[in-house]
Design a protein around this ligand. Structure first.
Ligand code: PLP
Length: 410
């Protein structure tokens, strides 16, 4: 195993699932872009929350409700610290990025955009950062303006800025492509967009797990994250919303917890962020997310990024040596996410099935990126996406499994 700034063996020991076998082979989990595995501390926190500390939050005056509320609410500050948000009240807790972006679409954009106004998007967005804007196109006549990726899979920040016109009211862009691994210079985009008075929403679903993030330094207006990719439970997540934008928003989902008073003919709302958090939330999921973020911060995001860069360089060199493999995206500074096809007509599903027989878990399909697949002229790819617990030995297993797939399908 190549040396790393991380004690990867110790980290792997924290993730019980990594020691299991799949199809009689040691599991090589390379589907982290879809969802990451969970460390024992998160599993323990979930069990403890249900076994010893569970009640509904915000509502009761009894001991357990107060305890659960305290545990749940304390996560807001953890997320603010993880994201570098100046104020924890700028963090809205939710079920993940999809909900976060829909909140911006319904709560902010529907209030502030009109027919003919434009939203600038990149062609490599995930459907979670496309479909909510199509809703606005269909319902309000908002115009979607697309910026293509370059041949190497990079996204030219200058082209995104150039796409901002007098009718542009929002830029909605990923910080890291879930297919190409491309890292986007969102800081430059935010600075230029801000100078033109245009807010920026950053989809941080993929980036926040691979690199240190500081929303204050990035200068964005919205930054969405999703807990299950951050080694936390599914059904947890959050969105950072700059205070000025919060003041321009209306609630999107109505119900309990987000109100001040309700009568037969009137309703007044709680202050943000509660105003945007209706109904019983994912209490235990959010508590688990807080523990996951603390776990990552205790290891250090800089170290995680350095380890994954080493893995990325190693994997890139190995995969480049397979002249029958087409890796999509080779942008400088890309993250350890590799989408590929084989020369010839081999289907991504067949490749992934062969890899699975060798214990290697990858994703196959469109990866919720229809416009990008069209742009690349592909119907599907296989994707190997790495995490802090992956090793260079696992890259070698991937390569061996790919050689077998090539032999059988190539
Ligand atoms: N954005 C990107 C870049 C993603 O990769 C994903 C998930 O794959 C999402 C958004 C949606 O996240 P979720 O399904 O957790 O809401």
């Amino acid at each position: 195993m190549t040396s790393s700034v991380l004690d990867v063996a110790a980290i792997r020991a924290d993730f019980p699932i990594l020691s299991r076998k799949v199809n009689g082979k040691p599991l090589v989990y390379l589907d982290n872009g879809a969802s990451a595995q969970k460390p024992q501390v998160v599993i323990d926190a979930i069990t403890k929350a249900y076994a010893e500390e569970y009640a509904n939050v915000h509502r009761g005056l009894h001991f357990l409700s107060n305890l659960a509320t305290e545990k749940y609410e304390s996560v807001r500050a953890v997320i603010a610290r993880f994201l570098g948000a100046p104020d924890e009240n700028e963090i809205v807790l939710n079920s993940g990025t999809t909900e976060g972006i829909n909140l911006v679409a319904y709560g902010w954009a529907m209030e502030n955009l009109q027919a003919g106004d434009e939203i600038v998007l990149s062609v490599m967005e995930h459907h979670a950062n496309i479909v909510p804007w199509h809703f606005l196109r269909e319902r309000m006549g908002v115009v979607l303006k697309w910026v293509d990726t370059e041949l190497d899979g990079s996204l030219d920040a200058g082209k995104v800025v150039d796409a901002i016109g007098p009718r542009t009211k929002l830029v909605a862009i990923t910080q890291l492509s879930n297919v190409l691994g491309t890292v986007v210079d969102v800081k430059t985009i935010c600075a230029e967009a801000r100078a033109k008075g245009v807010p920026v929403l950053v989809d941080g679903s993929q980036s926040a797990v691979h690199m240190p993030v500081n929303v204050d330094e990035i200068g964005c207006d919205f930054f969405a994250i999703t807990g299950h990719k951050l080694y936390g439970p599914s059904g947890s997540g959050a969105i950072y919303i700059r205070k000025e934008r919060m003041a321009e928003m209306r609630p999107f989902i109505g119900g309990g917890d987000m109100i001040r008073e309700v009568s037969k003919d009137a309703v007044t709302y709680a202050d943000p962020p509660m105003k945007f958090e209706a109904g019983t939330p994912g209490i235990v999921q959010t508590i688990g997310l807080g523990v996951a973020l603390d776990y990552m911060m205790s290891i250090g995001m800089d170290k995680i990024a350095a380890h994954e860069k080493m893995l990325c360089d190693y994997a890139r060199a190995k995969l480049d040596g397979l002249n029958w493999l087409n890796v999509q995206g080779n942008a400088p500074g890309k993250a350890a996410i590799f989408s590929f096809t084989l020369n010839g007509a081999a289907h991504a599903h067949d490749i992934s099935t062969i890899l699975d027989k060798k214990g290697v878990a990858v994703r196959a399909g469109q990866h919720c990126t229809g416009p990008l697949m069209t742009h690349l002229g592909l119907t599907a790819t296989c994707r190997a996406s790495f995490a802090m617990y992956n090793t260079t030995d696992e890259v070698d297993v991937l390569v061996e499994a790919l050689e077998l797939a090539h032999e059988l399908l190539g």
